[in-house]
Design a protein around this ligand. Structure first.
Ligand SMILES: [Fe+2]
Ligand SMILES: [Fe+2]
Length: 168
């Protein structure tokens, strides 16, 4: 059985993952409106991944006999000045989420909840990957600058990403 405190912080993380999904969906529509369909589709995959994260946590809470409290999802931002600004915000957001996951690990250790700690390791590794992937996109966009040919190519590259639910 999961402790009350552990259950509470996991519920908070479900909301944080859903907010991430909502934010990335908002970014995806922004890219679509700017005719950057590759970036839009990359962001949509990102949104799907975050929804998957929230469901993964929900399933874990249920498996441990806890209860789910779905809360209001904050309204995401919807306007940015450039693709670089959007991707930089994604990088900043992922860094924030890494902090949240680390906080959950801290609680798992405090509560001596070894199962929760093991479960959370998947998210710890996932955050390393996400931060690295998004960081690379930020660097590439900085390299491209105002070069429209570079942006055209980058948009095609971004469009190659497809969402595949990560293996359990
Ligand atoms: Fe996530
Ligand atoms: Fe993420």
């Amino acid at each position: 059985m999961i402790s009350k405190k552990m259950n509470e912080v996991f519920n908070g993380q479900v909301n944080a993952e859903l907010y991430s999904s909502y934010l990335y969906l908002s970014m995806s529509t922004w890219f679509s409106e700017k005719s950057l369909s590759g970036f839009a589709s990359w962001m949509r995959a990102q949104a799907q991944e975050e929804l998957f994260h929230s469901i993964k946590i929900i399933d874990y809470i249920l498996e441990r006999g806890g209860s789910i409290q779905l809360d209001t999802i904050e309204k995401p931002e919807g306007d940015w000045s450039s693709a670089l600004e959007v991707i930089q915000e994604t990088a900043d957001h992922e860094a924030k989420v890494t902090g949240l996951i680390n906080g959950l690990v801290d609680v798992a250790l405090e509560e001596r909840d070894h199962a929760a700690n093991i479960f959370l390791q998947w998210f710890v590794a996932e955050q390393v990957e996400e931060e690295s992937t998004v960081g690379e996109v930020v660097e590439k966009l900085k390299m491209i600058g105002d070069a429209s040919a570079g942006m055209f190519h980058m948009d095609m590259e971004m469009g190659k990403r497809v969402f595949t639910p990560p293996a359990e």
